[in-house]
Design a protein around this ligand. Structure first.
Ligand SMILES: [Zn+2]
Length: 339
């Protein structure tokens, strides 16, 4: 794994020889996704997480992260000395996290990344609080920085909140009680418990290329769970441009076949071990991601078909495509987060 964790923060190495699996694709494409120049030395992304604020610090000094990564790979705890982060190496600070690395909505009660409910909160003066470093003007939360704010909740926390039982609430009530939580946030937190509005189902997050890459990474990482939930019918292909999703599947498969003739930039194809003799293959291109097993089915995700997963049966050409992509991935000199 390419990330090191403490309770509240993560540091991620992004470099020509190491592109996190969450991004898939090449170093160049990951830099493009992050709006960064693909400099040869790479970047260290520091993902700062507090209950009320998430932020990303981007540094060109990759030394501490590489050191922690080496330490973790040789059996150490991978502890990162964040105090070594030199201010002069910081090139940008941003609110939130990249979506591929877990940004986007989360349960405000336990940080679960899949909130299913939204509580519209009471009007509060300030939710943001004082950041620990100057990130510029704070983002507007809800309709206005002094207006109502929403509290996303996962199913588990929703159940706890709705029990209206103090014993069930006890664990939740402590969440924003840490001394480092700014007072305005603690105030907003208390207000939530006295006057929040009824919950509503959370809308699905918008479909973006970032979310596609994150979804592809999740399918590869949780293959068995994901496939167990999928219908087994094979997708119907078409080159009819009036059926954008299916036509997009054709185009994506064609682009993936193209990789066999002209290998893409390193990292665009990845191969992970799966069981005995099989591999999970992930390939990414412009607007599409392909995830599949060398001995089984595959899935295609498209930017033109939001929230849809296209199942590709074995068929006559898929086996040779997957084994060909596997050869490309394993021939690369660096692993790019593969194992
Ligand atoms: Zn939760």
């Amino acid at each position: 794994m390419q990330t090191m964790s403490t309770r509240d923060h993560r540091a991620v190495l992004l470099a020509p020889d190491h592109v996190p699996g969450e991004f898939g694709g090449s170093y160049q494409s990951a830099c493009l996704a992050l709006d960064l120049d693909p400099v040869p030395g790479g970047y260290a992304l520091y993902l700062m997480d507090m209950m009320n604020i998430r932020a990303t610090i981007i540094s060109t000094d990759t030394g501490p992260v590489r050191q922690a990564k080496d330490n973790a790979e040789s059996g150490g705890d991978g502890y990162l000395l964040s105090s070594r982060l030199a201010t002069r190496s910081i090139i940008d600070t941003r609110w939130g996290w990249p979506e591929e690395l877990g940004g986007g909505p989360r349960c405000q009660f336990c940080r679960n990344p899949h909130p299913a409910w939204i509580y519209e909160g009471p009007a509060v003066e300030v939710l943001i609080g004082e950041p620990f470093i100057d990130f510029g003007p704070p983002p507007v939360v809800g309709s206005d920085i002094v207006g109502c704010i929403d509290w996303p909740a996962c199913d588990t926390c929703y159940d706890l909140i709705e029990t209206a039982d103090f014993d069930a609430w006890r664990g939740l009530l402590d969440r924003y009680g840490d001394p480092d939580v700014p007072m305005p946030v603690q105030t907003a937190w208390r207000e939530f418990w006295t006057s929040h509005r009824p919950p509503a189902p959370a809308p699905p997050p918008p479909w973006t290329p970032h979310r596609r890459r994150r979804s592809a990474d999740s399918i590869a990482a949780h293959w068995d769970d994901f496939t167990a939930e999928q219908p087994v019918d094979d997708v119907v292909f078409t080159s009819d441009p009036h059926v954008p999703g299916l036509a997009g599947v054709d185009a994506a498969l064609e682009a993936a076949h193209g990789y066999l003739l002209q290998p893409p930039l390193p990292g665009a194809v990845r191969s992970y071990p799966y069981g005995e003799g099989a591999r999970i293959i992930r390939a990414d291109g412009d607007g599409w991601s392909l995830v599949g097993r060398t001995d089984s089915i595959s899935f295609i995700l498209l930017d033109t078909a939001p929230n849809l997963t296209h199942l590709i049966g074995r068929g006559p050409t898929l086996p040779s495509l997957m084994t060909g992509l596997d050869r490309i991935a394993q021939a690369e000199p660096e692993t790019n987060g593969q194992s």
